[in-house]
Structures are given as structure tokens and as C-alpha cells.
Design a protein around this ligand. Structure first.
Ligand SMILES: Cc1cc2nc3c(=O)[nH]c(=O)nc-3n(C[C@H](O)[C@H](O)[C@H](O)COP(=O)(O)OP(=O)(O)OC[C@H]3O[C@@H](n4cnc5c(N)ncnc54)[C@H](O)[C@@H]3O)c2cc1C
Length: 492
């Protein structure tokens, strides 16, 4: 780099991680210029907000909640007064009944009956006395904390729906990141005393009034205003390297009018990636050693689709969302977008209901036509007693590949190989959710990106360990793993 010249920082992906890397860099340095390349036609990645006839909807509802101060600060710097505070209301639908979620003692007892409640308690004691010694799978982790009977009722069928595989094959790591750190006794005490463990339980959350996409569209504008570049419809196809230095990327610029795509080679001094690790490894030219490619091929993803139905009358339920444990229907979770923000709907006499399906690219659900999916979602809404299929007056369908990085038996070893190889590249970092194959929400995806930007400016932060060391909000807190295998519950 010549003196007075700006250092070029190439960023792959315009989701929360990619945009945060660019934003952070600009905030801290006037001599670094970020250039973001986003494959799709909009920013925000999985945290974007789509719209259809004025109805705005998320790829699954996206709460804004974090314990990471710098992330919270950036949200408010960017969106200023555009956040609303939303009370959380959610329930579980199971055995034709609605259970409060988080579970409330009297509601759960009433729904499940005294006999079954007794069996749940006995099973809990049994597993407290004789827990699984090795706690490696999701199933073992949950049973050791909640007992086998409660696991069977409230975890098994839903987990099966989310992942499409037996919960025995899912690593305990996922449970540790997602399930509230609440013992059965604590839950009972909370229900009786009305107290709440606010460190682990979110009763309200922030939300941009026009959905999460608003945050990322505004960030995009701020980056451009500061002299950075955000290119849409720009898919990174190659990451070119010379030994352990990345020299450039090859970008395919495509357009919606169907004209022939244009290839461009973009050189850079530093590179930050947020595309999925498996795709990244296949994009390197020359390719990494065969064992690294083999490790990348072991990473698996779960895909997702949402059918947003517009109803001819206002909300059929008050919840923000409902978990559907019932195996009789395919839908996994149902969103009510007005309960997130009224401004998500152009007409307050209608409802906007997001039917979420967990699936696999190429499977039966994924391959259904939009008309078939609309019909399925309308039928299931009626089967659940929430609205009539004939109430549906509009629908929009979004298929989201690689929505969830899978934590199966192979991923950790594979990730260790990838980390070692990528860390050997001197001017290249990978961040975010799929960029690290970590079950990160926006906040930790953003934090890893902030770290990467600061590393470019000379700091030494470990992007690979974000959301391992820091406690995490979703339902739960984790401390740094004691061993390679087992995340540890934070002391209550
Ligand atoms: C159903 C669901 C619900 C969620 N709920 C919440 C929630 O309530 N709160 C929360 O904080 N988080 C939530 N999340 C997580 C949140 O969506 C992610 O943490 C966040 O979007 C990750 O940001 P990212 O930038 O790492 O990745 P992504 O959002 O995946 O963005 C990556 C971007 O890179 C682009 N890209 C990929 N390949 C290329 C390429 N070759 N060239 C150029 N660009 C490329 C993609 O198009 C995408 O825009 C949820 C996720 C899901 C699936």
C-alpha cells in the first residue's frame, strides 16, 4: 500500500456480520475502505425483512436482545429511535392444548393432568439420582436436567421437527446454546413465587419498528455515506490466494433483467468472509489440502421455509409466536407479525401469520410449489383451530437455504481442521453464523465481525471463540467449556 492510499478491505456477504465488519472498520479507521459483496438483491442475510403487497415479514421472527454492550450500542447508533419494546408472549401447542412457554406450573399441571404430572416428577428424581454419566448428545443433556418424561413431552418431537434427525444424533452443544438454564425446581419456584430469573429469561425484547431488515438497510446506507461500497447481486465465486495470502476474489455481478452476468476480479489487502464455510472452502483457488476440503464437506445445514399467510380478519391469537410440537402437522412454529410490530402490516383489519417449516433442500417440503405450500399452511392453520383455510386472502413464500448449522457428531472435529487451516492465512478471516458454523444469533455474528475489523487494525481477538466464552441470552447461559465436549451451566 502506498502512503496516503486507502487499505482495501474486501467483505464477503451483506448480512449482519459482513455489514458490521464494514461499519466497525469505518468507525475506527479513515484509512481502510470496506467493499462488501452480497450475492442476493438485498442486505440483511437471514436477518432481512421481506415484503409482499406491503406486508413485511422476517425469516422467522428476529428478536433483538443482547448482553454484548458494543452490539447494543451499534443497534442504537444505527437505528436511533426506530426500536420498539415488545412484550414476549409465546406458547407451545401439544396434545391439542396450549401450554404457556416458558412453562408455568399450574397451566402445565392443568393441561397435562395430575397422573402424568406425578410421573414427570418421579422421572425427574430418577434421573437426578442416576444421570447419564457421559453427556454428549442433546437427549442425554436434557434428560439429565429435566428427566426422561418431560423430555419425551416437550423436547423430543420438536427437536425431531427442527433437525429432521434423531435427537440422539445431535450434540449437547446445541442444547447448551438454546435451552434455558432453569432447573425443574427453579421453574416451579418461579411459577409459585412469580419471580423471574432475568439473566436467563427474556420477557421483552427490542425490535425495529419495520423489522430487522430496517437495521441492515440503514447500516448499508451509513457505510455508503462514509465512502464504503456495498454491492448487491454480487456473488463471490472464487477466493484467489498465493500461498497463505489471499490476493483477490472473483465476483459474478448478475442483474434481474436476465442479461448476461459480468465477472470482476477484486483485489484487496484484507478479506473478511461471512459465506458458509463449506462454500468458502470450495471457492479457494488453489484449493486447500484435501483433508481440509474433506472436513468442509462434513459440515451440514438445516434449511427453512416460511409461508406468510394474510387473513381477512385481525389476529387469531395474541402470541408473538407459538411452538407446534404436535407431530400431526408439519409446521414447526407460527409467527404473528402484528404482535411484533403493527407497522409490519398495511391493514390493521387483517392478520399476517408466518407458518415456519424446517426442511432440507430438495426434500418434499422444499420442492412443493408455492400454491401447494399455501394450501398446506392454510389447511394446517385450520387443523390447529387458529383460523379457517378460507380466511386466507394472500400468501408469500420464502425458502431459506442453510438457515441452521447442524451440530452433529462430526462437526467439531471438522471445524477444528478448518479453523487451523483458515487461521494460517495471514490476511483472511471468517466470521458470522455460517462463516464460523456456530449457532449464533445476530449479536454474536456481529461481535465476531467487530473482532475481525479490529484485528485488521492490529488487535488480536479470537473470532472463533465468540459465543463460547461469553454468556448467551437466548434461553440460557454458558461458560467456557471445561473439556472439548461439554459446555457447562453457569452457576445460578
Ligand atoms: C428461523 C430463524 C430465527 C432467528 N431468530 C433470531 C432472533 O430472534 N434474533 C437474532 O438475533 N437472530 C436470530 N436468528 C439468527 C440470525 O438470522 C443470524 O445470526 C444472522 O443473520 C447471521 O448473520 P451473518 O451475517 O453471519 O449470516 P447471514 O445472515 O446468513 O448472511 C450471510 C450473507 O452472505 C451472503 N452470501 C452467501 N454466500 C455468498 C457469496 N458467495 N457471495 C456473496 N454473498 C454471499 C448471503 O446472501 C447473506 O446475505 C434467527 C435465524 C433463523 C434461521
Amino acid at each position: 500500500m502506498q502512503q496516503n492510499e486507502q487499505s482495501q478491505v474486501v467483505v464477503i456477504g451483506g448480512g449482519p456480520a459482513g455489514l458490521t465488519a464494514a461499519y466497525e472498520l469505518q468507525k475506527r479507521s479513515a484509512t481502510h475502505k470496506p467493499k462488501v459483496y452480497e450475492a442476493s438483491n438485498m442486505v440483511g442475510g437471514i436477518s432481512r425483512t421481506e415484503s409482499n403487497n406491503g406486508y413485511r415479514f422476517d425469516i422467522g421472527g428476529h428478536r433483538f436482545f443482547t448482553k454484548v454492550k458494543e452490539v447494543e450500542k451499534m443497534w442504537h447508533e444505527v437505528l436511533e429511535d426506530d426500536f420498539i419494546t415488545v412484550p414476549r408472549l409465546s406458547r407451545i401447542y401439544y396434545r391439542e392444548k396450549f401450554f404457556d412457554y416458558p412453562l408455568k406450573l399450574f397451566n402445565a399441571l392443568w393441561n397435562i393432568g395430575p397422573y402424568e404430572s406425578m410421573r414427570i416428577l418421579l422421572s425427574y428424581f430418577k434421573w437426578q439420582v442416576r444421570p447419564y454419566r457421559r453427556e454428549e448428545s442433546f437427549e442425554e443433556w436434557v434428560i439429565n436436567r429435566f428427566g426422561g418424561r418431560l423430555y419425551m413431552h416437550f423436547f423430543r418431537s420438536y427437536t425431531q421437527k427442527v433437525w429432521g434427525i434423531d435427537p440422539k444424533e445431535i450434540r449437547a452443544d446445541w442444547a447448551a446454546q438454546r435451552i434455558k438454564n432453569l432447573s425443574l425446581f427453579k421453574a416451579v419456584w418461579n411459577a409459585i413465587s412469580g419471580s423471574n430469573d432475568t439473566t436467563s429469561l427474556i420477557e421483552e425484547f427490542q425490535y425495529p419498528r419495520l423489522g430487522p431488515g430496517m437495521m441492515w438497510e440503514k447500516t448499508q446506507q451509513l457505510i455508503a455515506k462514509q465512502g464504503g461500497e456495498v454491492h448487491l447481486r454480487a456473488a463471490v465465486e472464487r477466493v484467489n490466494r498465493d500461498g497463505n495470502r489471499v490476493t483477490s476474489i472473483d465476483v459474478k455481478h448478475w442483474s434481474e433483467d436476465g442479461s448476461a452476468p459480468v465477472m470482476e476480479r477484486v483485489e484487496g489487502d484484507h478479506f473478511v468472509n461471512s459465506m458458509a464455510l463449506r462454500d468458502l472452502i470450495h471457492a479457494f483457488d488453489p484449493p486447500p489440502p484435501p483433508e481440509v476440503v474433506a472436513a468442509a464437506d462434513k459440515l451440514k445445514y438445516r434449511d427453512f421455509l416460511i409461508v406468510t399467510l394474510v387473513l381477512d380478519h385481525a389476529d387469531p391469537f395474541k402470541d408473538n409466536w407459538i411452538y407446534i410440537h404436535s407431530p400431526k402437522v408439519k409446521v414447526g412454529r407460527i409467527q404473528n407479525f402484528r404482535a411484533w410490530s403493527k407497522e409490519m402490516l398495511p391493514d390493521q383489519n387483517t392478520a399476517s401469520i408466518g407458518m415456519e417449516y424446517f426442511c432440507q433442500q430438495g426434500d418434499g417440503l422444499w420442492n412443493m410449489t408455492d400454491e401447494e405450500l399455501r394450501a398446506l399452511a392454510s389447511k394446517e392453520l385450520e387443523e390447529l383451530g387458529l383460523a379457517k383455510a378460507t380466511d386466507v386472502i394472500g400468501a408469500a413464500i420464502i425458502r431459506q437455504p442453510k438457515a441452521y448449522p447442524v451440530y452433529d457428531g462430526e462437526y467439531r472435529d471438522a471445524l477444528a481442521v478448518l479453523e487451523t487451516w483458515i487461521s494460517s492465512l495471514e490476511n483472511f478471516q471468517t466470521v458470522g453464523r455460517n462463516g464460523l458454523h456456530r449457532y449464533n444469533n445476530q449479536d454474536h455474528s456481529m461481535l465476531s465481525a467487530m473482532f475481525a475489523a479490529r484485528n485488521i487494525l492490529g488487535e488480536k481477538n479470537d473470532v472463533w471463540n465468540v459465543n463460547v466464552e461469553r454468556s448467551y441470552h437466548e434461553e440460557f447461559e454458558v461458560k467456557k467449556p471445561e473439556s472439548n465436549l461439554k459446555p457447562v451451566l453457569a452457576a445460578e
